[in-house]
Design a protein. Structure first.
Length: 117
């Protein structure tokens, strides 16, 4: 069964840190580009960070310098290290997998991050 399961969300004070994890199963992670997205209710899901199968990364301007995406193919897991969190980072975060060959898209169920001021 193909699954992406996010974890690590929660409540943190402004300026604090959290690390999100995306555990994958049923796919060979080496063949997938991975990403973290976030979505405010009522708005479109927006890109936070991506990492290619080769390890190249890309970040939205709003998180550049604060967040770091990484992957451990041996553990079938992708991470998002979030530092210097701001109240505006409060939102649901979703893990996304995109197959490099056929472009198959898989989403996780999301994890909530709440940053208090």
């Amino acid at each position: 069964q193909v699954q992406l399961v996010e974890s690590g969300g929660g409540l943190v004070q402004a300026g604090g840190s959290l690390t999100l994890s995306c555990a994958t199963s049923g796919i060979y992670l080496n063949f997938y580009h991975m990403g973290w997205y976030r979505q405010v209710p009522g708005k479109q899901r927006e890109l936070v960070a991506t990492i290619t199968d080769g390890g190249s990364t890309n970040y939205s301007d709003s998180v550049k310098g604060r967040f770091t995406i990484s992957r451990d193919n041996a553990k079938n897991t992708v991470y998002l290290q979030m530092n210097s969190l701001k109240p505006e980072d409060t939102v649901n975060y979703y893990c996304r997998a995109e197959g490099r060959a056929l472009g198959r898209i898989i989403w996780g169920q999301g994890t909530q991050v709440t940053v208090s001021s």
